[in-house]
Design a protein around this ligand. Structure first.
Ligand SMILES: C[S@@+](CC[C@H](N)C(=O)[O-])C[C@H]1O[C@@H](n2cnc3c(N)ncnc32)[C@H](O)[C@@H]1O
Length: 266
């Protein structure tokens, strides 16, 4: 399957995920540790932030409340942006937000952002390695000279072992077609309200994430475990997110549920 078909499928999957409100129910707020991380690493003083793959804006809305930044929020899912726009209409922040749907070309080409976010698996959804590195390069072109990229991706050691095994066996038997012919790439299906939703993912090791970032022209300043517990536990329970923050500090990056990296133009 070609990358552009992956994007089409992912738009359809996420449209249905946001439309039935499954996403908001599962992830009602951002991971507080990652939100603080963003604020500590530039978001608090940023003038312009791009949230690439913003979803329903759970991070962007929290950042708007804690900074004076203007936020460009981009997603391929129209339903995610509709949910974001609706939430925004109940806040005073509307004038600081630009919502962009569809083709990346609408993001322009000039380096204008102090910070770019690709949070909670967005990079993993984009397609094969060449597509992901091309996207990272494109983001690099949009970052100002002192800009920062924060990306978080699912860890191959923690996520979807059955699917990893299934596609690894398919590769050995030479029956896995691109992009599944590439190690770490999987499809998996989750049932939300009885509805099957199929996702394409690349599951990462810290080494692979660093490799893609450096090939795209970044210097990696930090690479760490984003959390020990699954994201939905943290997004739903303040008590668990507090405990998790302590645990994640001593967890090697590969053992994180997600791997979070901070990168700057090299
Ligand atoms: C797991 S959600 C994360 C959303 C948000 N960053 C968050 O932390 O809640 C992944 C998001 O990536 C978006 N996405 C998937 N493929 C994309 C692509 N090719 N371009 C832009 N966004 C994409 C989806 O529509 C979805 O909103």
């Amino acid at each position: 399957m070609k990358p552009n078909l992956i994007a089409k499928d992912m738009a359809d999957t996420y449209d249905r995920y946001f439309q039935n409100d499954g996403y908001r129910a599962r992830y009602p707020r951002p991971n507080p540790a990652t939100l603080e991380y963003l604020l500590r690493n530039g978001a608090a003083d940023a003038e312009r932030i791009l949230d690439f793959g913003c979803g329903n804006g759970r991070y962007a809305l929290a950042l708007l409340a804690r900074s004076n930044a203007e936020i460009t929020a981009y997603d391929i899912s129209a339903a995610s942006l509709a949910q974001f726009e609706n939430a925004l209409s109940h806040t005073p922040f509307g004038e600081r937000v630009r919502l962009i749907h569809g083709n990346w070309s609408r993001l322009g080409r000039s380096p204008r952002y102090d910070m770019i976010l690709m949070l909670f698996g967005v990079l993993s959804h984009l397609g094969d390695r060449a597509t992901r590195v091309a996207a990272l390069k494109r983001m690099r072109g949009l970052l100002g000279a002192h800009g920062r990229l924060v990306v978080s991706v699912p860890s191959a050691l923690r996520r979807r072992p059955r699917e990893l095994l299934k596609w690894s066996l398919a590769r050995r038997m030479h029956v896995a077609l691109p992009p599944l012919s590439e190690s770490g790439n999987i499809y998996f299906t989750r049932h939300i309200d009885g509805q099957p939703l199929t996702f394409f993912y690349h599951l990462y090791s810290p080494r692979q994430l660093r490799g893609e970032l450096s090939e795209a022209g970044y210097a990696v300043q930090a690479c760490e475990a984003e959390s020990l517990l699954p994201e939905w536990w943290i997004a739903q329970s303040r008590a668990l997110s507090g405990l998790d923050r302590l645990a994640a500090r001593i967890l090697p990056p590969a053992f994180g549920y997600g791997i979070r990296a901070l990168a700057v133009p090299a």
